[in-house]
Write a protein that binds this ligand. Sequence first.
Ligand code: XMP
Ligand code: MG
Length: 187
Amino acid sequence: MQIVDIENEIDHELLSHEQIMGKITETAARASEDYRGRTPLLVCVLKGAANTMVAFSQAMSIPLEMDYMSLSSYGAGTVSSGTITVRQDLSADVCGRDVLIVEDIIDSGLTLKWLVDELKRRGAASVEIFALLEKPARHQVQLDVKYKGFVIPDEFVVGFGLDYDERYRNLDSIAVLKPEVYEGEQA
Ligand code: XMP
Ligand code: MG
């Protein structure tokens, strides 16, 4: 593990850099086959999915375009409310495009559900999802995720783009935070 855990807040490594890159490469190969002959628009949900977006797009072997969106879901503490605010919108017009959303983690699923509906409302020809991580124990809505990465337990994870209080995004693996670090914060 890289030396970013100066506060000694990390409990253990969950996924190594090699495991993450292996899964992303394998998934990108599959998506490249599925989209062959088309130019998909990869939509990254900032900031958490930024690292996944870089690795995934570089592993794709077809022409593609990339765009970024920043969303925030307000709710009590760390619990997603389902009320989504667009902090920074896409620059691309998605009308008629084959959109592939690149997401770091699906927790309640409320953010992605909102985004899928919104992209369809804007006239996207198709909308699919690649989510690097998924916490099925916390899902609140049914989502059709075509490209799935890893199923993980209901623990707070950091690294490879994911943060705790904006830190650990630069960790090249994914690790579980010690529960005592965030306990008492959750609503
Ligand atoms: P939903 O709407 O699916 O929200 O509930 C997904 C967003 O919640 C954040 N999230 C996490 N971030 N470690 C993090 O660093 C986690 O374990 C975690 N679980 C959820 C994340 O921003 C994600 O996009
Ligand atoms: Mg995210």
